[in-house]
Design a protein around this ligand. Sequence first.
Ligand code: FAD
Ligand code: FES
Ligand code: FES
Length: 469
Amino acid sequence: MVNFILNQKCISTTLPKGLLLLDFIRYHQRLTGTKIGCREGDCGACTVLVGEIKNGELKYRSATSCLMAIGNARGKHIVTVEGTNVAGLNFIQQCFTDEGASQCGFCTPGFMVSLAGFALSNTAATPQAAIDAVNGNICRCTGYKSIERATVKIAQKLAENKQQDAIAFAVENNILPTYFTGIKERLLQLVDPVNSSTAPTQSLLQFLGGGTDLYVQQHDTMLDSEIDFLIDNSALNGIVKIDNRCYLGATVTVTDILESPVFQQYFPSLQAHIKLVSSTPIRNMATIAGNLVNASPIGDFTIFFLALNAQLLLSDGHNAREIPLQQFYKGYKHLAKKPEEFIEQIYFELPSASTKFNFEKVCKRTYLDIASVNTAISLQIENDCITEAHLSAGGVGPTPAYLMKSVTYLKGKSINENTINEVIAIAQTEISPISDTRGTAAYKRLLLGQLIKAHFLMFSGDKNLQLAH
Ligand SMILES: Cc1cc2nc3c(=O)[nH]c(=O)nc-3n(C[C@H](O)[C@H](O)[C@H](O)COP(=O)(O)OP(=O)(O)OC[C@H]3O[C@@H](n4cnc5c(N)ncnc54)[C@H](O)[C@@H]3O)c2cc1C
Ligand code: FES
Ligand code: FES
């Protein structure tokens, strides 16, 4: 049984938990405002809001319902475009109408829902933040300028809110209907005890995080799969700093790390790095553990955490063991993990004042695209000498690569042109890129060299470094 609130309605369903929320909404509830476009998380036509009580606070985030299992809706408030309606047009709808920001209207519900999520997000209401909130929504016919004008108007309205609770402000200003004010109480009363043990409920299950890889890759089989809903499991939540270590639960999402005070303190460029990864609704759903286990050679967080020298705590629910992420990849999509083992925790040593960290990614398109090549580096530098180094690279072989020979070379060196040119030459001996739609093998070799240079230029700020081409 899965219990949740859909707009104003209480849902208790015994349908398979792997059923897509999109199909439940449209075919079982006949709420057809939520559209079907790509069914792969790319277009945003199916966007819904997911409201959840975390640490006593009701938080809303956007999600693509075409990649979300109803099992992951458990205990939450799901809002479709119909659930944002008031008598007449709401403020967001009015702005779109005034600016001519809708033509055929197919994408419009997705934009409305993403902007309703922005209104509830407690994010500083700048025009750029409002535009970022719709970065997962594609419109094929209106032209983005009118959508941008409407979005900026909405941000200006929200900026008038100086200290009121976001829900109260949205209701008072005709942005959202009044029933939102009672949702927190209703969610607290929703009888749907969540699992708090770390043991999988059955053996040999398909573990599910956010579903943003699984529902793209195995869409047709997920409905009938035996799924272990990790997101349900309160013991797998959260980001904690203990002494100098940072621990991430298996269900921590990309947005969780973006909003984490620990990550904000230790990774000042995190926002810029994460902007290069997928879109807002996908980041709201995608877990770090899912990225690691998906084992794509270009997984951005895999590359990021390899350079942090992260360790994994694997568990089958009874026995646990630790393994360095560096040793997790044995071959293409072949992992040092038994089928019944899941990632319970990821941890790493936090950077010190003498640590420099950087992430670089090149794609065919800057945003909402997967990498041709990506790389991350972490260097500890004391008295002008590299005392500790980690360097990773994606898109240059069958697995995400930890560049061991390059790392060994860097230790004990000072940063100068010779060191940089040398490490680029060594890195070339450790990779085996292939030609594919993301670029030729030669291009990927060139890219990795350029991105390693970019790491060092980022650290030195010296644009005049003489580096081999
Ligand atoms: C539109 C779109 C854009 C994307 N853009 C990017 C991008 O720019 N960069 C990028 O790196 N990725 C991107 N992705 C891929 C995807 O979002 C990420 O890989 C994401 O981190 C996967 O996490 P998830 O929780 O959704 O995984 P899921 O789909 O739930 O699971 C993925 C795999 O991990 C397993 N799994 C999940 N959690 C655990 C666990 N704790 N223990 C053991 N196994 C587990 C599942 O069984 C499955 O095999 C994109 C995806 C989409 C749809
Ligand atoms: S249908 Fe395109 S993102 Fe869901
Ligand atoms: S209004 Fe037609 S796709 Fe956006």
